[in-house]
Design a protein around this ligand. Structure first.
Ligand SMILES: Nc1ncnc2c1ncn2[C@@H]1O[C@H](COP(=O)(O)OP(=O)(O)O)[C@@H](O)[C@H]1O
Ligand SMILES: [Mg+2]
Length: 234
């Protein structure tokens, strides 16, 4: 079992109250969440499926590798639990270690086998913004660009930066998933998303409060993946 505290790697001066909260949260993860959580990842190309979340825990979001949950008593913290068989929590911890504290990213307060306790980002993913018809201003895109530049300056390689991994919060941009930022292989997801934003979204869609249903968003996601696979092979 590995054990890290935020103070081990960012020299933080969290108060003893915050430390007690963190300890209680870790206890609840071990005693209430993990033993009763039912989650599976049948296909690493699609989000994990969560069948059961024990009270008082709530599901906040899912990615292709992990589920993210919060406890109603600790609304500024989340726990990201990797599904059985999905590796990556140690790499993600290393990314947070390098990023330290930055307003456009979350922070890792604690990690151990298969889960990380992270700062909660109170935002809406760009994917969900499209679903809810929320207007995405240019500033969000520019903030994310700047955040990715900062990540590069920390020796990281922004990877897999797509609509479910970035958020809008009070008109500002945030990066919510950094788990693949150690992968040096180039990734065009963010460049392509920006092209779609400037060439399609801004001129055509940003004027209407268009709410895109999830099946259509998933169709776009799947088609994009297919396009990239065919195009990159050339
Ligand atoms: N720190 C956070 N604060 C708030 N929501 C989060 C946070 N981290 C993840 N989420 C939510 O959980 C979803 C899945 O998390 P993510 O890190 O993308 O998992 P994966 O690595 O499996 O792709 C995100 O799309 C987002 O909605
Ligand atoms: Mg993700």
């Amino acid at each position: 079992m590995s054990f890290f505290r935020q103070s081990d790697f960012v020299g933080d001066d969290r108060s003893s109250q915050a430390q007690e909260d963190l300890d209680r949260l870790i206890e609840s993860i071990h005693q209430e969440l993990i033993p009763h959580l039912e989650m599976e990842s049948p296909n690493p190309r699609n989000p994990v499926i969560v069948h059961r979340v024990p009270e008082p825990w709530q599901l906040l979001g899912t990615g292709n590798y992990a589920g993210v949950f919060y406890h109603s008593d600790y609304s500024d913290l989340v726990v990201k639990i990797y599904a059985t068989g999905r590796l990556g929590w140690e790499d993600e911890l290393e990314v947070y270690r390098r990023l330290g504290s930055h307003p456009s990213f979350s922070e890792c307060f604690y990690a151990e086998n298969n889960f990380l306790i992270l700062k909660r980002l109170h935002g809406v993913t760009l994917y969900d913004c499209m679903h809810r018809g929320l207007k995405i201003p240019k500033r969000v895109i520019k903030d994310i660009d700047r955040a990715l530049e900062y990540a590069r300056s920390c020796g990281l390689y922004p990877h897999d930066v797509h609509g479910r991994n970035v958020m809008m919060s009070d008109g500002r941009g945030l990066v919510v998933d950094v788990s693949d930022f150690l992968e040096e292989e180039p990734c065009l997801a963010w460049k392509d998303l920006k092209k779609a934003y400037y060439l399609l979204y801004l001129p055509l869609f940003s004027w209407h409060r268009l709410r895109v249903p999830y099946p259509i968003l998933d169709l776009v996601r799947g088609s994009y993946r297919l396009f990239r696979r065919v195009f990159d092979r050339r």
